[in-house]
Design a protein around this ligand. Sequence first.
Ligand SMILES: Cc1cc2nc3c(=O)[nH]c(=O)nc-3n(C[C@H](O)[C@H](O)[C@H](O)COP(=O)(O)OP(=O)(O)OC[C@H]3O[C@@H](n4cnc5c(N)ncnc54)[C@H](O)[C@@H]3O)c2cc1C
Length: 373
Amino acid sequence: MTIYDWLVIGGGITGAALAYELQAQGNKVLLLEPNSNLNNATRYSYGGLPFWATSPETKELCAEGMSIHRQLPEILDCDTEFQEINLLLTIKKNESPEKILKQYQSCEIPPQLLSVAESCELEPLLNPSAIAGAIYFPHGHINPVKTNEAYLKTFTRLGGTMIHESVNSFQFHQETVVGAKTDQNTYRADKTVVCAGGLTRRLLKQSSVTVPVYFTHAELLETPPLDLKLNTLIMPAHDQRLRLEAKATALEQESLWDQPEEDLGSAVIDPGAIQFRDGHLCIGQISRTLTDPNSKVDATASEAWLREEIGTLLPALKDVPAQWHSCLIAFSPNRESTIGKLEEYDGIYVFSGFTSPLLLAPPLARRFARSVS
Ligand SMILES: Cc1cc2nc3c(=O)[nH]c(=O)nc-3n(C[C@H](O)[C@H](O)[C@H](O)COP(=O)(O)OP(=O)(O)OC[C@H]3O[C@@H](n4cnc5c(N)ncnc54)[C@H](O)[C@@H]3O)c2cc1C
């Protein structure tokens, strides 16, 4: 039986970047990912790279992330559609621009408060009567699917092995994880790293390991390529998704995450939108803290809510043809990283749940691979 140096579980942006970096360091790497066509959080992401750094501590890492993204088209031999784009964080009519601005004061690039007229000049599709202004940041942007696929392709080109199977348990030798089992096979590796996104928590829980990686259920609309032109990346300026995550992971809620069918807070909606180079758009994001990863939501009601909210802000998008999708997004409390070796067992690591993964997975994966190789 082949014994790999590293087994990477999950082929989203975190697993793909890490598998590539570990392989590039000369390790013999196996990546297990059930789907041959991406159907994960990375697939539905807006592709935004917030290099303006939300805190001084992340300044260096953000700069490193942007530097790697600039080089990725050459490294991965693929057009990742990297570009700089204007980000508008819209402020609702009934919100106070000055109060909202304060939330961004610790950012490394100073936020710029725009009037309604200035906002609409940058983004003519905005409804001027729906906003009190917007906060402007320069932002990076990639096509997340192309980037994820390019990482996977380059990983296999370097000699890495990718198999489309789903891990259902770990293989132990005493207190050490020595591989993983799927329905079809058992795989052996000196070290295993879990990059299973929103399913990271459940997978580890099956081995009685609890990690501070949680997940939201996210819902959005994706359009086919359209003729209309959205110039900017639009997101709301308020922080209600962060507040939902904080509420759902407060100490008194912790035990509920291991109960089936709990709903740990009211759903929130972020009326945002981004257009990709081929003209297709991703619209909106509803976030729910349902503890069952397999919970079903009412797609019709969800789509109606998304269309109503986006229709108020960007009326031209209200009735565009679009497909409703949902996925799980991993997160950690206080936007901290969950990266490193598990305390419970030897041979097993987690690389999941960190903030701004599209910007930060490439530099964090590189640092991780260099530190363990
Ligand atoms: C609408 C929307 C907009 C977003 N916008 C942004 C943005 O602008 N910028 C940004 O940085 N982030 C954004 N995000 C968040 C970002 O997309 C995700 O956080 C990120 O893609 C997660 O990557 P991941 O690798 O952790 O998870 P995923 O992409 O979900 O990948 C996890 C993979 O693990 C696999 N897996 C799960 N269980 C197993 C198992 N048992 N065995 C083997 N494999 C397994 C899954 O099949 C999956 O492919 C957005 C998300 C959404 C939904």
